[in-house]
Write a protein that binds this ligand. Structure first.
Ligand code: ADP
Length: 547
């Protein structure tokens, strides 16, 4: 027997309509690449998204067509999200930090019909335009007065000209909720980038689940500043979550340095933020060295790579900011787990609560996860046994765009399909998952595994250490041994011996790194994560002491 409830598709256009109707006056504030601060409301956003949708329809964009963006976090970027997705197109966000050749490859692979870009990226567009024959128009996200005077790009269009005079309402089509709405390529640290193609349904369900109090916990009373870029898995869903809850959104544009961010946090009374650990280094350093405090900032989501407990502690103890540690991946829209306290943790001493905060956390409703051994058998949830982490759920990919990379799923004995995350993890009795490592970063020593994340987290707690990465170095007897690579804090001094001694008593002795190397910088990937592949390359001729 079927239920007798209405069959309304879950569409991203309904998120925008909801925000327009119920939170019309709530603001969206953006630092523009033109240099000034722009402010308007959800109502304005909905009007302009409609205008953009009219412009794109007139330009021939049809349902299923891909429209790309190469842009910072800003209001025009968000209008493009809703315009393209709402009209049944696919918004394809591209990471501008990728190499131009990779960008051209992705544009061609996705067969993007138009590409909208922030002026900052004009040089990239000039470099790739001739190599991207499918793109019918390159849309500069600015007004006529800011348009580049002369450019070698043919079919250069002006964003504001496209919108001018168009109707401010659009009859958003009621398409199948399983239709594609957004496309995001993984950074391709191994092989070619692969596209995760989100549907309306997966996007709306992900937004519902992420907004819950024990997930990201967003509200209309929040002023949310996503530092995580809209080209990095849709800023972890915040443009959609913002509309769902009617939050104020604050977009930092291109100015991601500590000073600019701090000013925006204060002037826009930001309560909530989100970003990868490396972006917070600059902000915390700026705030610390200028003896500043945050007046309104209360919570931040940190994920994308392991958040060191030292960072969680600094945020909590020095600034009164709760860190919400989250784990996910492009293939998961991205949110998978999030670490919040349960009732039984509330009265625990801070040090014990820290053990909870440091974990990657419990699965959101909608994400099923498990760990398995080499034989594919399920492993116990005892907080100690580690294995391959597998997930399934309505916002997890089942295959990549155009079938790239073949079938990624594994089928279990019950015939259920699981996505292997490539991460190694433990899960404790309460269901808190903790990442040991990416399977390719784990250090294999004497047949046992050493977690590079654990060693990095300990090193970063040393007052002289700004950044730390641990990689495995080939060893004739042990297979691999850990090498600690460190960037010192400005003006700080510390020796190899002091850092090695710092591990004493904190970990099993055989986990202690064999050596320490000091470097000026650790290579970061396009999403701000430490690029261990590059680091391993850098140290490929290095030999450990005594070998
Ligand atoms: P890529 O970095 O390959 O582009 P993603 O941005 O999707 O892809 O990154 C997903 C990966 O990032 C996860 O599989 C995991 O290894 C790592 N990751 C994400 N969040 C965390 C976290 N909180 N702790 C540890 N690792 C994390």
């Amino acid at each position: 027997m079927q239920g007798l409830m209405m069959d309304m598709p879950l569409l991203v256009s309904s998120l925008l309509q909801h925000a327009e109707r119920h939170y019309p006056e709530v603001e969206i504030v953006s630092r523009r690449v033109e240099g000034d601060i722009h402010r308007y409301t959800w109502r304005d956003c909905a009007h302009r998204a409609a205008q953009m949708a009219h412009a794109l329809s007139q330009a021939g964009v049809k349902q299923g067509d891909r429209v790309a963006t190469l842009a910072w976090n800003g209001y025009r970027h968000m209008e493009t999200y809703y315009a393209v997705g709402g009209m049944g197109g696919v918004i394809h966000t591209i990471n501008p930090r990728l190499h131009p050749e990779q960008i051209a490859w992705i544009v061609n692979h996705a067969e993007d019909s138009f590409l909208a870009f922030d002026l900052t990226f004009l040089p990239i567009i000039e470099g790739i335009a001739a190599h991207c024959p499918n793109v019918k128009g390159w849309i500069a996200m600015c007004d006529r007065t800011h348009m580049p005077a002369a450019s070698k790009v043919a079919n250069l269009l002006c964003y504001e000209d496209l919108l001018a005079g168009k109707p401010t309402a659009f009859d958003w089509p009621q398409i199948d909720e399983r239709s594609a709405v957004a496309l995001c390529y993984t950074s391709g640290t191994t092989g070619n980038p692969k596209g995760a193609l989100y549907s309306h349904r997966s996007t709306v369900l992900h937004a519902y689940a992420s907004a819950l109090p024990d997930a990201m916990g967003c509200s209309t009373r929040d002023s949310i500043l996503p530092v995580v870029p809209m080209f990095h898995v849709n800023a972890w869903g915040l443009p959609y979550i913002g509309a769902l809850v009617g939050a104020k959104l604050v977009f930092p544009g291109a100015a991601l340095d500590g000073k600019s961010l701090y000013e925006l946090f204060e002037s826009e009374k930001v309560t909530y933020s989100a970003g990868v650990p490396t972006v917070w280094l600059g902000l915390l350093q700026y705030v610390g060295s200028n003896n500043l405090k945050f007046s309104t900032f209360k919570r931040t989501v940190i994920g994308g790579s392991a958040c060191p407990p030292a960072m969680i502690k600094a945020f909590r103890e020095q600034y009164g900011v709760d860190v919400i540690h989250a784990w996910g991946m492009t293939e998961m829209s991205p949110l998978g787990t999030i670490s919040r306290l349960m009732s039984k943790h509330v009265d625990l001493p801070e040090a014990e609560q820290m053990n909870v905060y440091a974990k990657q956390g419990k699965a959101l409703f909608g994400v099923d996860m498990k760990i398995t051994g080499d034989d594919g058998q399920d492993l116990p949830w005892d907080g100690k046994t580690y294995g391959d982490l597998l997930v399934r759920g309505p916002w997890v990919v089942k295959s990549y765009f155009k079938g790239e990379g073949g079938d990624p799923l594994r089928t279990d004995a019950q015939g259920r399909s699981w996505f292997p995350t490539g991460d190694v993890a433990t899960i404790d009795g309460d269901g808190y998952m903790q990442i040991t490592d990416r399977s390719k970063d784990v250090i294999k020593s004497g047949g046992e595994w050493i977690s590079s994340i654990d060693l990095e987290n300990l090193a970063i707690a040393h007052p002289a250490v700004a950044q730390a990465a641990v990689i495995g170095i080939a060893h004739p007897k042990w297979d691999e041994r850990p090498l600690l690579v460190v960037v010192k804090k400005p003006g700080a001094n510390v020796t190899r011996e002091e850092l090695i001694a710092f591990y004493e008593g904190k970990i099993a002795k055989w986990w202690t790194p064999d050596d320490v190397q000091f470097v000026e910088a650790i290579p970061l990937g396009a999403t701000g994560k430490m690029l261990k592949t590059r680091l391993r390359e850098q140290f490929k001729d290095y030999t450990l002491p005594g070998v």
